[in-house]
Design a binder for this molecule. Structure first.
Ligand code: ZN
Length: 188
């Protein structure tokens, strides 16, 4: 992350909107924004799957129950406007023997959220990382988020929520399993 270029770029933005970058309140803003962006985009070169490297055997094949983590709050930035979108994700998987600590599911979400994102892609990336690394029977991810680029401008509908989902494996191909997990994800 090139903090010096970020600092210069934010100084240019301040000038371009017709403000004075030396005004007291704005003087340290480019530096602050450089630090902020370094943090908000810290997931760009990170492998979200590294969180899943430690898994453990739990039960045998074929006798597994759905593992569900509900209401995982997250913040990301939309890549079209660099404005936040935020809300909660519900993440479920059907283990094939191997499981991970549930907090790891939230860490996967956090890593992919710290990139310029689209909600659809974020949802799919969480599902794909879990599906590829844990090799479970199925993965289901449901994300509900408010986008400030919608709420703050244009159509101006504060509070409207965008819902996306991604299903893999059994939750995609087996109608009964799909209905079961959707009922669990939507509860609450
Ligand atoms: Zn946007």
């Amino acid at each position: 992350m090139d903090r010096e270029r970020l600092r210069q770029a934010f100084r240019s933005i301040i000038e371009a909107i017709g403000e004075d970058p030396l005004r007291e309140g704005l003087r340290d803003t480019p530096q602050r924004m450089a630090e902020l962006y370094a943090e908000l985009f810290s997931g760009i070169d990170r492998d979200p799957g590294e969180e899943l490297s430690v898994s453990y055997q739990e039960g045998g094949e074929g006798d597994q129950d759905i593992v569900l983590l509900r209401d995982v709050s997250f913040y990301s930035l939309c890549e079209h406007h660099f404005l936040p979108f935020f809300g909660s994700a519900h993440i479920a998987y059907l283990p094939r023997g191997r499981v991970v600590g549930v907090s790891k599911l939230a860490r996967v979400l956090e890593t992919v959220a710290r990139r310029p994102q689209l909600q659809e892609r974020l949802t799919n990336q969480v599902a794909d990382v879990l599906y590829e690394r844990l090799r479970p029977e199925g993965v289901a991810v449901l994300v509900e988020a408010e986008h400030l680029c919608i709420s703050m401008r244009g159509v101006k509908r504060p509070g409207s929520v965008v819902v996306t989902s991604a299903m893999r494996g059994e939750f995609s191909s087996n109608a009964a399993r799909r209905a079961e997990v959707l009922a669990l994800l939507r509860k609450g």
